[in-house]
Write a new protein. Structure first.
Length: 252
């Protein structure tokens, strides 16, 4: 009975030491991965990296992690300009907020110099202020004596974006912006905003001219590890986006 009690105590102690060693190892690995990601992606600060699953050490022995979650508060994605007339240098970087990605089936090399996820899914947000950069910055002639430009974006409810258009008619600026509801979609790596109807500026507008103002798009590429935009949906503070990818490079 005494020997059994001693064996039980030893087992508990060893189990506790294993758990401690496992948590220390996973903490070290998370910090190393965060530093590598910061360097690889040119981030201003280290991202949050969380390695899921227990025990970590047995996953290491197997050469593959079940799941790694990465969180980047502010990510500056590369862009290829927009359909609007904004300066290309301004659009060279496009800020994406709260990018969170779940990487699954993360295989890593023997010297830990690279890690690649079999699949990845995640979410992020593009603020309306940031998306507004893709609209034309200067007023555009939409009819004889009429100029207009987009001056604001906000949540229009029911999955729509409210687009505020400021217009000047025969030299007089209208007292209030004219609002239209627009749909937002993603095509490839491009976010597109398309007005459901044309703004009523009190004059007859040709549709192609009006859509020079109301419709715009923003191409976004260069997301971490090669993940791509999958879907978009208007929300209270901006456009929520879903991202996904396969064979995603977590460390390279």
């Amino acid at each position: 009975m005494r020997a059994l009690r001693i064996l039980l105590i030893v087992t508990i102690v060893l189990g506790g030491l294993f758990v401690i060693a496992d948590r220390v190892a996973v903490g070290f690995a998370e910090d190393e991965a965060a530093d590598r990601l910061k360097t690889n992606e040119g981030l201003a600060s280290a991202p949050d990296v969380s390695i899921k699953g227990f025990p970590f050490l047995t996953q290491v022995v197997g050469g593959e992690l079940d799941e790694v979650q990465v969180g980047i508060k502010d990510y500056e994605a590369d862009t290829s300009g927009a359909s609007g007339g904004t300066d290309a240098d301004v659009l060279a970087k496009f800020r994406i907020d709260n990018l969170t990605a779940q990487m699954r089936g993360v295989a890593f090399s023997g010297d830990y110099s690279s890690a690649k996820a079999a699949s990845a899914t995640g979410t992020a947000t593009i603020s309306y202020a940031e998306l507004l950069k893709a609209a034309k910055a200067e007023p555009v002639d939409v009819a004889t004596g009429v100029t207009a430009k987009v001056v604001g974006l906000s949540d229009g409810g029911n999955g729509k974006i409210k687009v505020d258009v400021e217009a000047t008619v025969l030299g007089t600026k209208l007292p209030q912006p004219i609002s239209v509801l627009s749909s937002v979609s993603v095509k490839g790596d491009t976010v597109e905003v398309h007005a459901d109807s044309l703004p009523n500026l009190g004059v007859q507008l040709a549709e192609d001219k009006a859509r020079l103002i109301t419709d715009f798009q923003q191409k976004i590429d260069g997301l971490p590890g090669g993940i791509k935009i999958d879907k978009v949906e208007p929300a209270a503070n901006g456009v929520d986006i879903g991202v996904k990818g396969s064979n995603v490079s977590l460390i390279r």
